[in-house]
Design a protein around this ligand. Structure first.
Ligand SMILES: Nc1ncnc2c1ncn2[C@@H]1O[C@H](COP(=O)(O)OP(=O)(O)OP(=O)(O)O)[C@@H](O)[C@H]1O
Ligand SMILES: [Mg+2]
Length: 256
């Protein structure tokens, strides 16, 4: 009996919303997992995120899209052009889009409060890169305000005494919050065109449950998607041909 519970818990999967991707990862992302989607500018990271949360909305789930790149309006317009109109879901409370301004001192609190609100089945953080690189420290403290082991300290008020690499602390803090939320999550990371890394920070790929790399090859006018990691899932490592068109990202099926 116990084994059955374990089995059924293990195999709850969440459809990605990307045509063809689910077939490569045993049906979708493991529920409550964190998947890192990395890629160069224009590789399709945000589009994949739209598809993921649109799938959630269509299933009657509650979704959260945290953006650091653009204000909500720009993101919504971009999504609508691809056929993902989130306006009705925003109006009925199913979808929340929130712009995080990294110049604001309270950005970490705003973000973690939203993530930990417990309201969401799917969360997107697009992207983690500005947060991991910002000059705002999270200091270890006994008397922290959120039980995470960290509190929020502005660099202006911090003289000396911080230990450990700041970037790692930022990423760990974000990952811990996402894990505690129990939502199924995508975070994106911005790579340069020539990068051979799996994330900009070199840390996220180890902490995430899954890693998907999107590559655009301008010379060949070709796009590829590779699944580098998906915990508890059997998957191919082979780069897959993808297309972006007015319907978003689709995996190209090869005909024999
Ligand atoms: N209707 C369409 N048909 C074909 N390609 C499209 C279409 N809409 C968008 N694209 C392609 O998708 C790209 C944008 O994808 P997306 O915004 O997801 O990239 P990104 O990886 O999030 O980039 P960034 O790191 O700059 O945020 C465009 O640059 C274009 O190449
Ligand atoms: Mg983007």
């Amino acid at each position: 009996m116990q084994e059955e519970t374990y089995q059924s818990e293990k195999f709850i999967i969440v459809k990605t919303g990307v045509n063809g991707l689910d077939d490569l990862i045993e049906g979708g992302f493991p529920e409550k997992s964190i998947t890192l989607v990395s890629g160069s500018p224009g590789a399709g990271k945000s589009i994949l995120c739209f598809q993921f949360i649109y799938e959630g909305v269509n299933n009657g789930e509650n979704v959260l899209y945290l953006t650091l790149d653009k204000r909500e309006e720009g993101i919504l317009l971009q999504a609508k052009k691809l056929g993902y109109d989130f306006q009705p879901a925003i109006e009925n409370g199913q979808a929340t889009f929130r712009y995080l301004n990294i110049n604001k001192k309270l950005v970490y609190e705003t973000m973690s409060n939203e993530i930990l609100s417990g309201k969401y089945d799917r969360i997107v953080l697009d992207s983690i890169t500005p947060l991991s690189e910002m000059p705002l420290f999270l200091a270890d403290t006994q008397n922290n305000m959120n039980g995470s082991g960290y509190s929020f300290v502005d660099t202006e008020n911090q003289s000396t005494g911080l230990s450990g690499p700041v970037q790692r602390k930022h990423i760990l803090f974000i990952m811990n919050a996402l894990e505690s939320s129990e939502a199924t999550t995508i975070i994106t990371s911005e790579l340069s065109l020539s990068s051979s890394n799996l994330s900009r920070d070199g840390i996220s790929e180890f902490l995430a449950d899954g890693v998907i790399l999107l590559k655009a090859d301008p010379t060949m006018d070709r796009r590829k998607l590779s699944i580098f990691k998906m915990r508890n899932t059997k998957h191919t490592l082979k780069p897959q041909d993808i297309q972006i068109n007015e319907n978003g990202i689709t995996l190209v099926r090869k005909t024999m």
